[in-house]
Design a protein around this ligand. Structure first.
Ligand code: GLN
Length: 504
């Protein structure tokens, strides 16, 4: 029978509820798989939290024995290492936080712990979530579970690769300009970015505060809805958290027909320069499939799409330059103090040694864009264009229920292919950045294979209408086979784990 590690949240829930396995057995099967496979293959994790996992699993078993029926009770998971965890090192993929052990949980880490999930480890990422390949991690690059010579995407590449390698049924990532959807697409898993403000950012180490949003990676849309049920909702600790009520996201999945659903195809997202023709063709085939499920398609224009990247690369660096000022060698993390050195010297040496090249590049860009004399020309202008981009979507949503298109212009690329060319790297987020600037929810679902590598279909919804996005994604998934394909790393058998998979 299938090992425990290949099971969905839904399947694990049934096994746990029927006492066919214990939460401790589920946790150990995943930990053993991670310990046997991760290091020599994808390297998705910066920290494995075996002791915490076993302790949480034991507590989950007690709660199960007492009749607790929380949907995520006893389910193992992985957190991107930008989400603070009390007593567990949290690095944000940076040397400057190499030894940072938070004294508090992020709201989301706490909520998941209270829901009874079991933390297996902290996932690798581009430093401070800046990147599209996880090669900007200060520790090591993560590799793609479909091809170890290729990147998993980024910045949440560790979380995406871990789910694609079957180290956990779900992981959380963060998306500022595409960092959940793009690695989701490249690793062949579901990657969901909720509406800005839907999930609390409290305790998420900030990159660009007006864009950052936490969301799940899973291997099915139903699992994604289950995780969203646990993490969405208002948090008084986060002033940008929305007060809106949260629906049961699994309820939206009952409707499997797409009859009458109006889907917009933006002209700017197809057959454009820089897009791989095979990816373009694969996404078009998926869209024809949506039509066969009853959806009504219409071509639209999002005319300011071409300014998305330029706008994002002013706003995100501007916000990061302010957010990263707190790493000064005094308050947090790495501190380099030569005897007799002045305060300025401490700043310079600590930041100089603690931050990587991409982070420094962005701090410099952002500081420049915000400086007096340039503020109006760059930052203010970018904010205005951001409004225009949002208005493009508003106009489309007057007539359509969702926007569909590619997640990424390409499949996973070889390690090192774009590290010397930041612009080529930035182009990966062509189709995800406008959604982030507009604060909208979006998902990437497995929707094809090109040369043995996964392709993602992106579905974008109205603000707070995650349910429609999930419904469309689910209807697509349930009528296609793409989500059932397993990556080569996922198929590696770990012998002890297989034994743990047999019913007791
Ligand atoms: N790749 C984009 C960047 O480098 C997006 C990152 C993200 O969403 N965190 O900024």
């Amino acid at each position: 029978m299938d090992p425990l590690t290949s099971r969905s949240i839904r399947e694990l829930r049934e096994l746990l509820d029927q006492r066919e396995v214990s939460a401790l057995e589920v946790a150990r099967a995943h930990l053993e798989r991670i310990e046997a496979v991760d290091e020599s293959t994808v390297r998705s994790l910066l920290t494995v939290t075996r002791d915490v996992a076993e302790e949480q699993a034991r507590r989950a078993d007690e709660r199960l024995a007492n009749g607790d029926t929380q949907p995520l009770l006893g389910i193992p998971m992985i957190l991107k290492d930008v989400l603070t965890t009390r007593g567990i090192r949290t690095t944000a993929g940076s040397k400057i936080l190499e030894n940072f052990v938070p004294i508090e949980d992020a709201t989301i880490s706490r909520r998941l712990a209270e829901a009874g999930t079991v933390l297996l480890g902290k996932a690798n990422m581009d430093e401070f979530a800046m990147g599209s390949s996880t090669e900007n991690s200060a520790y090591f690059p993560t590799r793609n579970p479909w091809d170890l010579d290729r990147v998993p995407g980024g910045s949440s590449g560790g979380s995406a690769a871990a789910v694609g390698a079957e180290f956990a049924p779900f992981a959380l990532g963060t998306d500022t300009g595409g960092s959940i959807r793009q690695p989701g697409a490249l690793c062949g898993v579901v990657g969901f970015k909720p509406t800005y403000g839907r999930v609390s950012r409290y305790g998420l180490i900030a990159f660009a505060s007006s864009l950052d949003q936490i969301g799940p990676f899973t291997r099915s849309v139903e699992d994604c809805a289950l995780v969203m049920n646990a993490i969405a909702g208002h948090d008084p600790c986060d002033s940008t958290s929305l007060q809106a009520s949260v629906p049961d996201y699994t309820a939206a999945l009952r409707e499997v027909s797409l009859k009458g659903v109006r889907l917009a195809l933006p002209r700017e997202y197809f057959s454009v320069e820089g897009m791989e023709p095979s990816v373009d063709a694969s996404v078009k085939a998926s869209i024809a499939h949506l039509e066969s499920l009853g959806a009504n398609l219409g071509e639209v224009s999002l005319p300011h799409t071409q300014y998305g990247l330029a706008t994002y690369y002013l706003i995100a660096p501007a916000e990061c330059s302010a957010n990263l000022a707190r790493y000064d060698g005094v308050k947090y993390g790495l501190s380099i103090r030569e005897p007799g050195a002045g305060l300025w010297d401490v700043y310079e040496r600590s930041r100089g040694a603690g931050f990587g090249r991409e982070v420094k590049r962005r701090i410099i860009l952002g500081t420049y864009a915000l400086s007096s004399g340039y503020y109006d020309a760059y930052y203010l202008k970018a904010q205005k264009v951001r409004t225009l981009i949002k208005q493009d979507f508003d106009a489309v949503f007057e007539k359509f229920d969702a926007v569909v298109g590619p997640t990424s212009p390409n499949v996973a690329f070889p390690l090192g292919a774009k590290t010397q060319d930041p612009l080529a790297m930035y182009l990966n987020d062509l189709f995800t950045i406008p959604t982030s600037l507009a604060g909208l929810p979006g998902v990437s679902v497995p929707a094809g294979m090109v040369d043995g590598l996964p392709v993602g279909l992106q579905i974008i919804g109205k603000a707070l209408d995650e349910s429609t996005v999930l419904r469309i994604a689910h209807a697509f998934e349930q009528s296609t086979e793409w989500h059932t394909l397993r990556s080569p790393v996922a198929q590696r058998v770990v012998s002890r784990e297989s034994r743990a998979g047999s019913p007791i």
